[in-house]
Every structure is written in structure tokens, then in C-alpha cells.
Ligand binder design. Structure first.
Ligand SMILES: NC(=O)c1ccc[n+]([C@@H]2O[C@H](COP(=O)([O-])OP(=O)(O)OC[C@H]3O[C@@H](n4cnc5c(N)ncnc54)[C@H](OP(=O)(O)O)[C@@H]3O)[C@@H](O)[C@H]2O)c1
Length: 255
């Protein structure tokens, strides 16, 4: 079982994908709870602005998660500043609604590198320290990874990969003292979902999503999925046989 967290004060948390959306909201909530927060993304300006707002409690670590060497350099800078890392939340991702006939090999590769390789790069450089000193990781996947959905041509498979990866990590790491969380949000209003032209039931604000994520981590939950009114129907769809699932999704989405 994951350990619970009752007090964030002084904890050292590193977030990727923290220049906007859920990651930026999570960074602000963590600061309010007294954690120290390192923020990463490719764009340096929003990260620097975060540090200007929060001073010594914050660190800016501009980073392209697909660059394994950059991860190592950033980790060493975080360790030099803080001496350790208690929790890493992997949020960096890209998404573009895509149908099968729009498949572009270079874009698909880039999405997979950001969404999946970006996480394994980070894990490879951080796990030795986490296994030695304890701590936790949270992988932000999506309900789009539960099963195949129209428009999620390359994004869906990357999120399915993260769900599987988090399950494997939990089995291996929790007995060795490293917490593992899997975050599956529904729809959250961020730059990522701005381009969606389809209805987004249960759309949440990023601050509300951030609160839900922290509450789940505090309680030691493995899967943190929200909002419930979207999650429960999707969980039900997840266990249906294909002969029921595929026609239901076609009809429900108009695909
Ligand atoms: N919004 C939703 O409805 C929703 C639903 C389910 C799951 N999620 C997941 O929640 C997470 C956060 O998404 P969001 O909605 O908050 O979207 P967002 O505002 O677009 O955030 C994505 C973040 O990833 C960063 N990023 C993208 N490529 C990167 C790279 N190669 N290296 C480093 N950072 C990179 C972006 O910053 P830069 O551009 O500055 O690099 C940005 O900070 C994602 O994993 C997403 O899949 C979101």
C-alpha cells in the first residue's frame, strides 16, 4: 500500500508539464500547502514567473522530457538545491484530436516520445535515488487510456501505456518503499483541451483537478480518477466485451 501524506510542509515535489494547465495549478496548490516545488516544461518564462512569485520555495527547471541527458542535469540541480526529492509528478504531454486517416508518422512519434519516453527517461534517472531514500511518483495518464476511443489515435495508446506502466511500477516499487500513483483525469479546461470541438462532459477547472490529485495522493490512493460521474460509466464500458463496447462507443460518439 502507498503511504499516506498528512503534511506537505517542506516536502520536495518536482512537476513536469508545469508551465500551464493542471501542472501549473498543482504547483500553486502545493506551494500553498507548504511544499517546495520544482517546475519543469520546455518554456522557461512561466517557470521563471512561478519562481518570482514564490522565491526560495520554488525552483525552475526548464527541460524537454524527451531529452534523457537534460533529465540527468536537471535532477542534479534539484538535488544540489534540496538534497533529495520526495515526489515526482509526470504531467508533460501533447495531444491533438486525430482520426485514423490523419495519421502523421512524425507527429505520432513525437507524441509517443513526449507522453511515454518522457516518463521513462525521468524514471530511469530518478528511481535509483527514490529506491535509496524513499519517495513517490505519480503518472498522469487519462481516461482516454482505458480503451480505444475515436480521435485519440496516438494519444490514447500513450495513455494506455502509462496505465500499464503505473501498474507494473506499483507492483515493483511499493514493497520497496516508493509510492506509485496513477492519475486519470476526465476533462479539464486547459490549453490541451482548448482545441477539442466535441462535447466534454464533466469539464473541470485545473484548480479543482489539482485539489483532487493532492487529496488522492494524501490518502495513498493508487488510482486517482475524477470526476466520478464520468469515471463510473467509463469504468463500466471498460469491462464490456468488444461486441458490446465497440458498437456502444460508435453510437455514443457518432464516430
Ligand atoms: N486537460 C484534460 O482534460 C486532461 C485529461 C486527462 C489527462 N490530462 C493529462 O494531464 C496532463 C497535463 O495536461 P494539461 O491538460 O494540463 O495540458 P497543458 O496545459 O497543455 O500542459 C501540458 C504541459 O506539458 C508540457 N510539455 C509538453 N511537451 C513537453 C516536453 N517535450 N517536455 C517538457 N514539457 C512538455 C507543456 O509545457 P511546454 O509547452 O512549455 O513544454 C505543458 O506544461 C497531461 O499528461 C494530459 O495528458 C489532461
Amino acid at each position: 500500500m502507498n503511504r499516506r501524506i498528512s503534511d506537505w510542509r517542506g516536502l520536495r515535489v518536482w512537476l513536469t508539464g508545469a508551465s500551464s494547465g493542471i501542472g501549473a495549478a498543482l504547483a500553486e496548490v502545493l506551494i500553498r500547502r507548504g511544499a517546495r516545488v520544482a517546475v519543469s516544461a520546455r518554456r522557461a518564462e512561466p517557470l521563471d514567473a512561478f519562481v518570482q512569485r514564490h522565491g526560495a520555495q520554488a525552483l525552475a527547471m526548464p527541460l524537454d522530457v524527451t531529452d534523457a541527458d537534460a533529465w540527468v542535469q536537471a535532477r542534479d540541480r534539484v538535488l544540489a538545491a534540496w538534497g533529495g526529492i520526495d515526489l515526482v509528478v509526470f504531467l508533460a504531454a501533447s495531444w491533438r484530436p486525430t482520426r485514423a486517416w490523419e495519421l502523421d508518422a512524425a507527429e505520432a512519434r513525437s507524441t509517443m516520445e513526449t507522453n511515454v519516453v518522457g516518463v521513462t527517461n525521468g524514471l530511469a534517472c530518478l528511481l535509483p535515488g527514490l529506491l535509496r531514500d524513499g519517495g513517490g511518483v505519480a503518472l498522469v495518464s487519462s481516461v482516454a487510456g482505458y480503451r480505444g476511443l475515436p480521435q485519440a489515435l496516438t494519444y490514447g495508446p500513450t495513455k494506455a501505456a502509462l496505465i500499464n506502466l503505473a501498474e507494473v511500477l506499483y507492483l515493483d516499487l511499493v514493497p520497496r518503499g516508493v509510492n506509485v500513483h496513477l492519475v486519470n483525469p476526465g476533462f479539464v479546461r486547459t490549453p490541451l483541451t482548448e482545441r477539442n470541438t466535441f462535447p466534454m462532459p464533466g469539464l473541470m477547472e485545473p484548480e479543482a483537478a489539482a485539489e483532487r490529485i493532492l487529496r488522492g495522493i494524501e490518502r495513498g490512493r493508487f488510482e486517482i480518477a475524477f470526476p466520478k460521474r464520468l469515471i463510473w460509466p467509463l469504468k463500466l464500458l471498460r469491462i464490456l466485451p468488444y461486441w458490446l463496447y465497440l458498437p456502444l462507443v460508435r453510437r455514443g460518439t457518432g464516430a
